[in-house]
Design a protein around this ligand. Structure first.
Ligand code: FES
Ligand SMILES: [Fe+2]
Length: 353
């Protein structure tokens, strides 16, 4: 594939519209997702249970997966090795996995245990009857997996250096902050919108009031983009330790995006994880998970009313999907000051292809 995005933002044109509207172009991007690490869960989602399904992985990497904890955390294929039934459909405390179709059971380590009515089957059981295990990486309670992740390992070093001081492993999953939205737009339009604060004064009136627009910053790194929201004087900010590279700044939010569709939004109250899950070329699911650090800070500052901001963004993104589907539009140009993150994302789509 030739690289359609010029490395020089001042010369470059934006992503050609076919990537947002045509099945084949859309699929050519998705085919690279297997090489990336994807958010699986936060440790606190496994509190009190031994296994959880990872439904979002199916949309992202095309594999049904589950996370199991038997003292050791594992990411397993969630597909029965008999005739392909999905195994785990809800969080479970059981110390084995039992298929609901014909009763085959597996250990939490994925090893085949037993199966009724299989006496006399030759060469059975074999390794092939065990569940496939996928690679796993854990950073401060955030668990990542993928089918064959090899790209962007340095993302974790970047996170460690910048926000490694936060006790992220102690944050607690808050079920009441869970959201799932289906939007009529291509996944990449949702990411484009996330990667610039350019639209904040136009689209998000209330958020604009809590942030200092001129100090909003965007940093690019291999595998992602970090945007930092600086608070207007009265708003809630992080109490940064001296070890933080941002010590002395009025940071209201760290907005991390990690290729392709993971958003880690850190606020003084905790973390909002947004997962961007392609459903089809023009449909996307957005899933929110909330992990609370300091309850007393909920509802305040830049991370205050996330539902309102989300609704405002969705309306824009859906209208943009209709726009890029028009025969009179193909590509635009980037603002060199405000759209560096979008340009970086579009470059990454084709890097290594
Ligand atoms: S598909 Fe699982 S036991 Fe038959
Ligand atoms: Fe927005």
């Amino acid at each position: 594939m030739s690289h359609p995005i010029d490395p020089d933002i001042s010369r470059s044109m934006t992503l050609p519209s076919r990537y947002y509207t045509q099945e084949e172009s859309h699929q050519s991007i998705l085919s690279g997702f297997g090489e990336c690490w994807h958010f699986a869960a936060h440790r606190s989602q496994l509190k009190g249970v031994k296994s959880i399904p990872l439904d979002h992985m199916e949309g992202i990497v095309g594999e049904a997966m589950a996370l199991t904890d038997s003292g050791k955390l594992r990411c397993l294929s969630n597909v029965c090795t008999h005739r392909g039934m999905i195994l785990i459909t809800e969080p479970s405390n059981s110390s084995s996995i039992r298929c609901g179709y014909h009763g085959r059971t597996f250990g939490l380590d994925g090893r085949f245990r037993n199966m009724p009515e299989f006496e006399g089957v030759e060469g059975f059981p074999s390794d092939k009857d065990d569940l496939v295990e996928f690679p796993i990486k854990e950073w401060k309670g955030l668990v990542f997996s993928g089918t064959s992740p090899s790209r962007f390992d340095s993302v974790f070093d970047h996170l460690e250096e910048r926000i490694g001081w936060m006790p992220i492993e102690d944050f607690q999953h808050d079920e009441s902050r869970h959201r799932s939205y289906e939007i009529d737009a291509n996944w990449a339009l949702y990411v484009d919108n996330y990667l610039e604060g350019f639209h904040i004064p136009f689209v998000h009136g209330d958020l604009h009031e809590s942030l200092d627009y001129d100090s909003y910053s965007t940093e690019l790194f291999d595998g992602g983009v970090l945007q930092i929201g600086i608070a207007n004087d009265s708003e809630d900010i992080f109490e940064l330790p001296e070890s933080s590279p941002d010590f002395g700044e009025r940071v209201a939010a760290y907005y991390y995006w990690i290729y392709p569709g993971l958003m880690l939004n850190f606020y003084p109250w905790g973390l909002s994880v947004n997962l961007v899950i392609p459903i089809s070329v023009s449909k996307t699911r957005i899933v929110y998970h909330g992990f609370v650090w300091d309850e007393s800070k909920l509802g305040k500052g830049a991370g205050g009313d996330l539902d309102k901001v989300e609704g405002e963004d969705q309306e824009i993104v859906e209208a943009t999907q209709r726009g890029v589907s028009s025969g009179s539009y193909d590509r635009g140009r980037y603002s060199t000051t405000k759209e560096k993150g979008v340009h970086h994302f579009h470059r990454m789509i084709f890097d290594g292809k």
